[in-house]
Design a protein around this ligand. Structure first.
Ligand code: S3P
Length: 448
C-alpha cells in the first residue's frame, strides 16, 4: 500500500496559486495537432499522466513531440504509419474518445489498423456513446473483446457528415464527432451537448474553421485541415476548485487563483460556492484576457463566508461534473440539506464516484444518502478520522479526483486519515500536495 497521512489544517488557507494547465485543453492541443498542417505549440500545458497518454498516442501515430516543462511542441506526422498499432490510453477517457474521432476521420481506407486500449478503469468505461455515432458516419470501429468497451479497433473508411443527437451531454463525445467531421464529406452537426465544455469549438473557430454553435448544436463542414497553431493554456478550474472549496471550508481563508479558465462552461463550481455562502470575486467584466484558442482567463479570489446548503441538478452538471467530489465534501459542512441530482454520469467516470464518495464520507461520520443519480447530504457533520498511528484510510480506486476531494475533507476532520493511493493525483495534478501545503502555510505564488 502506498499510504500517505493527509495534511491537517494549520490555520486558514491563504495566498496565491496558479492551477496547472487545463486538462481538457491540453489534450486537445495534442490531438488537434495531429490534424494540423505544421508544427503546433502550447505554453502552460498540463504535464500529467493523462495528457502524457495523448502525447504518447501522437508519437505512436508518427508525430514528433518535444516538451520543456509546461511548453510542448507537436509536429504532425508527415505520413501515418502503415503497420498495425496498439495505443494504450492509460486512464484517460479524453484520449480514448477524442482519438477515436480523430482516427476515424484521419486514417486512410486500407491504411494502418489502430487498436485503442486503456487501463482497467478505462476498459470498464462506456464507449458506445462514441462508437455508435461514429459508425453512423461510416467509421469502421470494432470492439475487440466486449461490446461497448475498449479495446476498440479503428480502420480507415470514408466518412460522411451526419446530424447527431447525443444521448449524454458529453463534451468528449461532441468533440470526437466534430473532429471526425473534419475528415468527413459534408456537414456534421452535433446536438444535445448544450452546456458541455466547448473547448474544441472555440479552438476550431480560433483557427478559422467556421463552427456553428447555437441552440441547435455545433457543426463543422468537412473535409477540412487545420493550420498550425500556438496557444497558451489557462489554469484548470477543476483543479483550482479543490483549493477554492478548501478556502470556503476553513474560516478566515482567502485564496487567489491566478490565470484560471473563466470559460462559462467550466465555472459551475464557482457559482455553487457563491450559493453556498463563500465570497467569490472574479475578474471584473472586461478585464478577462481571451487567449489564442479563444479561451477567457483571469484571476478569482475565494474567501470563507457563512456556509449554507445548496442544490445542484442535471442542467448544471456539465459545467461542474468533475468538481462534484469536492462539492460533496463542502456539503458535509453546510448547515442543512444539500442535494446533488442528475449526476448519474459520475458512476461511469474513473470510478463510480457516487458510491466511493458515499462510502468514504460515511466512514468519516457524514450523513450521506446515496441515490441512483446523486447524493443527499445533511450538514454540518463533525468528521472523525482514526487515532494517531491508525489512520482512517480512504478508498480511492485510483481515482485522482476522489483522492484530492478526500484530502480536502481531511481539513475539517479530527484524527488521522490517509489515502490508499496518493500517486493517483498525478493523473491530473502531480503538484497537488505542494500547492495545498503552501496555501496551508499562507501561500506562495509559484506555479506547481
Ligand atoms: C472532458 C469532458 C468531461 C469531463 C472530463 C473531460 C473533456 O467528460 O468529465 O474530465 O475534456 O471533454 P464527459 O464528456 O464524459 O462529460
Amino acid at each position: 500500500m502506498n499510504a500517505r497521512i493527509l495534511p491537517h489544517v494549520t490555520g486558514p488557507l491563504g495566498g496565491l496559486f496558479t492551477a496547472p494547465g487545463d486538462k481538457s485543453i491540453s489534450h486537445r492541443v495534442v490531438l488537434l495537432a495531429l490534424l494540423a498542417d505544421g508544427p503546433c505549440r502550447a505554453t502552460g500545458w498540463l504535464d500529467c499522466a493523462d495528457t502524457q497518454s495523448s502525447l504518447a498516442a501522437a508519437r505512436a501515430l508518427g508525430a514528433t513531440t518535444a516538451q520543456d516543462g509546461d511548453v510542448v511542441a507537436i509536429t504532425p506526422p508527415a505520413a501515418l504509419p502503415s503497420g498495425p498499432l496498439l495505443i494504450d490510453c492509460g486512464n484517460s477517457g479524453t484520449t480514448a474518445r477524442l482519438l477515436m474521432g480523430v482516427l476515424a476521420g484521419l486514417l486512410p481506407a486500407g491504411g494502418a489498423v489502430v487498436t485503442l486500449t486503456g487501463d482497467e478503469s478505462l476498459r470498464r468505461r462506456p464507449m458506445a456513446r462514441v462508437v455508435d455515432p461514429l459508425r453512423r458516419m461510416g467509421a469502421d470501429l470494432r470492439y475487440a473483446v466486449q461490446d461497448g468497451r475498449l479495446p476498440v479497433v479503428v480502420r480507415g473508411a470514408a466518412l460522411r457528415g451526419v446530424d447527431h443527437e447525443l444521448a449524454v451531454a458529453s463534451a468528449q463525445v461532441a468533440s470526437a464527432l466534430l473532429l471526425a467531421g473534419l475528415g468527413a464529406e459534408g456537414r456534421t452537426l452535433v446536438r444535445g451537448a448544450a452546456g458541455a465544455r466547448d473547448h474544441t469549438e472555440r479552438l476550431l473557430r480560433d483557427l478559422g474553421v467556421p463552427v456553428g454553435r447555437d441552440p441547435i448544436g455545433s457543426s463543422v463542414d468537412g473535409p477540412c485541415r487545420l493550420p498550425a497553431f500556438s496557444l497558451a493554456v489557462p489554469g484548470d478550474p477543476s483543479s483550482a476548485a479543490f483549493f477554492q472549496v478548501a478556502a470556503a471550508l476553513v474560516p478566515g481563508s482567502r485564496v487567489l487563483s491566478r490565470g484560471q479558465s473563466l470559460n462559462p462552461t467550466r465555472v459551475g463550481a464557482l457559482r455553487v460556492l457563491e450559493r453556498a455562502g463563500a465570497l467569490v470575486v472574479g475578474e471584473p467584466a472586461g478585464k478577462a484576457v481571451t487567449d489564442a484558442g479563444g479561451e477567457p482567463r483571469g484571476d478569482v479570489e475565494v474567501r470563507a463566508g457563512c456556509l449554507r446548503p445548496f442544490m445542484v441538478d442535471g442542467a448544471e452538471m456539465p459545467s461542474l461534473v468533475d468538481e462534484i467530489p469536492v462539492l460533496a465534501v463542502l456539503a458535509t459542512q453546510c448547515p442543512g440539506r444539500s442535494v446533488i441530482s442528475g449526476a448519474a454520469e459520475l458512476r461511469v467516470k474513473e470510478s463510480d464516484r457516487l458510491a466511493l464518495l458515499a462510502r468514504n464520507l460515511k466512514r468519516l461520520g457524514a450523513a450521506v444518502e446515496e441515490r441512483s443519480d446523486g447524493l443527499v447530504i445533511d450538514g454540518p457533520c463533525s468528521l472523525r478520522g482514526g487515532a494517531t498511528g491508525t489512520p482512517l484510510v480512504f478508498e480511492t480506486a485510483g481515482d485522482h479526483r476522489i483522492a484530492m476531494a478526500m484530502a480536502v475533507a481531511t481539513l475539517c476532520t479530527n484524527g488521522e486519515t490517509a489515502l490508499d493511493d496518493e500517486a493517483c493525483v498525478g493523473v491530473s495534478f502531480p503538484g497537488f500536495f505542494n500547492v495545498l501545503d503552501r496555501l496551508l502555510a499562507g501561500g506562495d505564488p509559484a506555479r506547481p
